[in-house]
Design a protein around this ligand. Sequence first.
Ligand code: FMN
Ligand code: SF4
Ligand code: SF4
Length: 367
Amino acid sequence: MPGDCAPNPVASPYDHLTVYYFSGTGNALTASRWIRENAAKKGMTTDLLSIDRFQKVSVPAAGGKKLIGFCYPTHGFNLPWIMLKFIARFPARERCDVFLLNTRAGSKICKWFAPGVSGIAQILPALILRVKGFRIRSLFPLDMPSNWVSVHPGFKPATVVAIAARCRVMTDGFCEKVLAGRMHFRPNVFFMMPIDIALAPIAFLYFIYGRFFFAKLFFASSDCDGCGLCADKCPTASIHMVDRRPFWKFTCESCMRCMNLCPRRAIQVSHLLAALIAVAGSLLPLALLYKAIDPHLPSALRGPVNFIVNWGIAMSLYFLASGAAFWLMRTRCINRLFTYTSLTKYWRRYLASGIRARDFGKGRSRR
Ligand SMILES: Cc1cc2nc3c(=O)[nH]c(=O)nc-3n(C[C@H](O)[C@H](O)[C@H](O)COP(=O)(O)O)c2cc1C
Ligand code: SF4
Ligand code: SF4
């Protein structure tokens, strides 16, 4: 079995590995654990540190030869905001070795394993770390099963197992090189780089629109019993329990954890609300006003004004519509309307194999 091998003959030049991870549904956590296992086989001590709700950045103690890793999912062709903040605040360290592992939306079509797309999820943090003096040993995209269950159903168990088994083999290969002190860059990292960079504007749009939009589409159906698990386990403390019902704040990362952990499958994404917002956005008076003044604006101003007006419209709409929907959904028949027009009501959920609610929390595991 992959990863089940005898102690590795190639010694590591490192004596300690620290992996900082953020993981919505367990993919990045699983990959971090695989890496920890490999490091332990090489006799290294390890720290696996969750950055959920981090207040301050803890750094490995000085001395010895350290390797630092950052593992996180790809969100909207970028890294999650929480991980970007963490890396941006990470203290500079000259000549310290780091690697970046971003899990992506892998899928399987017949026998073909389709990869996800990194966008700037590696390039941006790599640049930040390089400027801080770190030496990048690897940029490693790992195509774990896609967890974006608000836009597609979770994969069948057999597909999940096949994708994860392939990833395990690739991660062991990655560890073989990186833990031995070698650099490791898969050719597709360079091959895809021009496309990844070209996706930067979409990554930027996701940052300022997408994540807020998706956050505000979550709601709890009347199956919710107010247990509060979703609020407890949210990595960004973005769920408030109001009258024993979850309310989603704008700080949500859309990591999909709450939706996939809910024991009653009560968390849905309102596709009806998404459609209403899209239609209302084009009808709002502000949008009409903008259309009226647009021809009179100097051409240099049109782009930025368009952008600001649209952003303002979208954010006001999300704010108003989600607040209104939250209160309206207290009425049973309206709640049912939103529930039965939500595709997620019928879709399979996703959690990485073996991952349970107890795997998420603010604690850390040390070896
Ligand atoms: C909101 C959201 C956006 C995503 N965007 C991308 C993306 O741009 N590219 C990609 O390959 N995968 C994307 N994915 C898929 C996840 O990155 C992927 O399933 C990852 O392995 C999840 O890891 P986790 O379980 O550790 O959170 C996205 C998932 C979500 C929920
Ligand atoms: S985890 Fe599910 S059942 Fe529990 S409070 Fe959240 S939505 Fe309701
Ligand atoms: S509210 Fe849900 S999707 Fe948003 S960050 Fe918290 S757990 Fe993730």
